[in-house]
Design a protein around this ligand. Structure first.
Ligand SMILES: Cc1cc2nc3c(=O)[nH]c(=O)nc-3n(C[C@H](O)[C@H](O)[C@H](O)COP(=O)(O)OP(=O)(O)OC[C@H]3O[C@@H](n4cnc5c(N)ncnc54)[C@H](O)[C@@H]3O)c2cc1C
Length: 229
């Protein structure tokens, strides 16, 4: 799996702080910008994160390139309606060669007997896909045979507010392992660019009680998780 931050709003914390200042100041926007030194940016970001004045976070966006994730995970990701997505099409792109790869969940990979059953079946599905295409079936129809394990490429853009929401849900131990891995990699990338905004990003148990009730995993997160995973 490859998760790479490929673009983002220049000086994201600065534009967030500037937007917050506009809300509470009588000065014109250019004057506000001049007065905004780094200590002021830090002070404002800390304040808005504490107050929950999250709408100003929407002025900073981040774009990620994801490769080698399964269609299971891309389907979970695209449920996040406030993010934007561009995904490699199975209608227009014939899957072949190295691109014809698939994800094996660790629970299956770790068991020799089961791993071979899994891969044999996948190979059979791959062979059927190729056979259908060779026999003149359009790839948009041949793809119906493809398993959810097949890998995909996707570009995701989301603003900082939506990313905080995604990290809250998807870094959580209740999220599935693969999307959790994606979310943690994304979080590590954005922390380097906007450390104040994403300082406390992650599942809700980082900052309070778990809201999952009976479904709670029982293992509250710590910030060290980011270093471990
Ligand atoms: C552990 C886990 C298990 C899941 N299991 C299932 C499952 O079994 N079945 C299933 O279908 N899905 C499941 N999901 C997906 C889940 O239901 C959401 O679709 C997904 O997490 C996207 O979250 P969201 O809607 O909060 O976020 P986004 O779409 O990213 O939206 C962000 C926020 O914007 C607001 N918003 C967005 N659109 C609207 C709207 N139309 N109206 C009002 N407010 C809006 C909401 O406050 C929302 O939280 C699961 C998710 C997780 C994390």
């Amino acid at each position: 799996m490859h998760v790479k931050l490929i673009n983002y709003t220049k000086n994201p914390e600065r534009i967030i702080a500037q937007s917050a200042r506009v809300c509470y100041s009588a000065s014109n926007i250019q004057e506000l910008k001049k007065k905004l030194d780094q200590p002021a940016v830090e002070r404002i970001i800390k304040k808005i994160m504490k107050l929950g004045h999250y709408s100003v976070l929407e002025h900073a966006s981040f774009t990620f390139a994801l490769e080698g994730i399964s269609r299971v995970t891309s389907h979970q990701l695209i449920r996040h309606r406030l993010a934007s997505f561009s995904q490699q099409s199975q209608r227009y792109v014939k899957i072949e060669g190295e691109d014809f790869s698939f994800v094996i969940p660790p629970s299956i990979k770790d068991q020799d007997g089961l791993k071979s059953i899994f891969t044999e079946n996948i190979e059979q599905l791959k062979a059927t896909y190729c056979r259908l295409v060779q026999n003149g079936i359009n790839i948009e129809d041949a793809r119906y045979i493809l398993p959810q394990a097949v890998t995909t490429k996707i570009i995701i853009t989301a603003n900082a507010r939506e990313l905080l929401h995604i990290f809250r849900l998807r870094c959580c131990n209740r999220a599935q392992w693969e999307i959790r891995e994606v979310a943690i990699k994304m979080l590590k990338e954005v922390k380097k660019i906007a450390p104040l905004v994403f300082k406390n990003a992650g599942p809700p148990c980082l900052s309070g009680p778990c809201p999952e009730g009976e479904l709670s995993c029982g293992h509250p997160w710590s910030k060290n998780n980011l270093n471990k995973e």
